[in-house]
Design a protein around this ligand. Sequence first.
Ligand code: NDP
Length: 287
Amino acid sequence: TEEPCTGGVWCRLCTALSSASPPEMLRGKRVIVTGASSGIGEQMAYHLARMGAHVLLTARTEAKLQKVVDKCLDLGAASARYVSGSMESTAFAEEVVKEAENTWGGLDMLILNHIGHSFFDFFNGDVDHVRKLMETNFLSYVAMTVSALPMLKESEGSIVVVSSVSGKVASPFTAPYSATKFALEGFFSSLRHELIIENVNVSVTLCILGYINTESAVRAVSHVIKEAPAPKEECALEIIRSGALRQRELHYPASTVTPILLLRDFAPEFLDGLIRSNMRVENIKRA
Ligand code: NDP
């Protein structure tokens, strides 16, 4: 309510809730963000900086990462640094985690967010592209998790995996991308079980995102997708919040993602028809 709190049990509850709010929970925490040179990853870096976290950012483009690091320091990050390289190589994925170990001696949160370039088009039969995308969008997530787990066990930390509605329900024109996101769901949901069975207090949060207004997404799909995209700044904050609160799954924006997931189980063919009818398929020019 708008009423100020007047004390009693509710006051104690308010205090408990506000002291557990993500901004405070992340002060001084050590966080890796991948794909942090643009889009949602860049916005997550800025939120974490405002919260006073230590951030280690990674992507391929050094010049962009340097700018994001500078802005993070201006915004109040406890510390900010970057490592540049391509997640096509699992060796690089492991190197990023090693950098966190050498710099901080530990890690509290691993945010896996990067994606390699793919096509929004009919699948053209390019098997090598599927393999390469699997390496970038999936295998590097696994490699970073394996390398980071000893530190995350020690800190009772969190793994945050940025996925998509396309990792739960397939749409046309995204076959390789969708395959990589479905793989994330399978791997990390199984891993979550095993961590619980072994009483390991490391949380796994899967972020199921709808259409977000990042430059690359708008450029790739705005001529086909009819719906308006949700804001990347709010999306980034919701991802951090869900990780800090150790939620199992985030649906963002919930107004579109949650109904889609309900329809998937109760009326899958109706949902498939709805997905196709919400696209301007005529704007896809077949190669
Ligand atoms: P962007 O394209 O804006 O950012 C992708 C990031 O990944 C960039 O920092 C890019 O930097 C980096 N990257 C690209 N290729 C590589 C590579 N080979 N190795 C290492 N890093 C690489 O993506 P979004 O912000 O839109 O998406 C972020 C996440 O959100 C993704 O996991 C995506 O699947 C998910 N998502 C996004 C949606 C949207 O509508 N935007 C919808 C659903 C899910 P650089 O080029 O410098 O390497």
